[in-house]
Design a protein around this ligand. Structure first.
Ligand SMILES: [Zn+2]
Length: 192
């Protein structure tokens, strides 16, 4: 008979911590996705998306957290560790989660375009030598709202930048039309 360690916090608490990480990503202009890894009832690693900042495609929140957890436990095997992430993991992260022997994955929002835990494929259902348990839609509303807000702001900013650029181009064209271009001194016709 196994002894479960006393749970100091519930799943919602850990997902809130992952949401805090997502906010950190948002503050640096990254798509707000955050993750934490829990071992024996304690958070041992945190990560947020830093792909754009460091121009590194592997820096998804989950992988940042997995690397930190491996350093912390001095092992690539994260036996008995649970991962909480605000968005359904992609194929790359789901693969790393299996490789790291994570016990359970909890995710918040589903990712219909790239989610690999049921949306486009379920990596955890494939035959591996390690089985990852998973549960989705934990604090789903907060986890998807932060993403919706981020993309809404970005669209608004792009639109404003677009209309500013259009206004500037129109003004420049108008100015050029009004002003006569100075005579070209290299043209022999213009030489006195
Ligand atoms: Zn990923």
């Amino acid at each position: 008979m196994t002894h479960e360690p006393t749970r100091l916090h519930d799943d919602a608490y850990f997902m809130q911590a992952a949401l805090k990480e997502a906010h950190k990503a948002e503050l640096i202009g990254e798509v707000p996705i955050g993750a934490v890894i829990v071992h024996e009832g304690r958070i041992i690693a945190r990560g947020h998306n830093r792909r754009e900042t460091l121009q590194d495609v592997t820096l998804h929140a989950e992988l940042v957290a997995i690397r930190q957890a491996c350093r912390r436990l001095k092992s690539w095997r994260l036996d008995g560790c649970d991962l909480y992430v605000t968005l359904e993991p992609c194929v790359m992260c789901a693969g790393a989660i299996v490789q790291a022997r994570i016990r359970t994955v909890y995710y918040g929002a589903t990712d219909p375009k790239a989610g690999a835990v049921g949306s486009i494929i379920n990596i955890f259902d494939l035959k591996h030598n390690h089985r990852v348990a998973w549960q989705g839609l934990l604090l789903q509303e907060s986890c998807s709202q932060i993403l919706k807000d981020f993309f809404a702001h970005r669209r608004a900013a792009d639109k404003a930048a677009g209309s500013r650029a259009t206004r500037r181009a129109t003004a420049q064209a108008e100015q050029a039309r009004r002003q006569r271009l100075p005579a070209d001194p290299t043209n022999p016709d213009n030489r006195g």
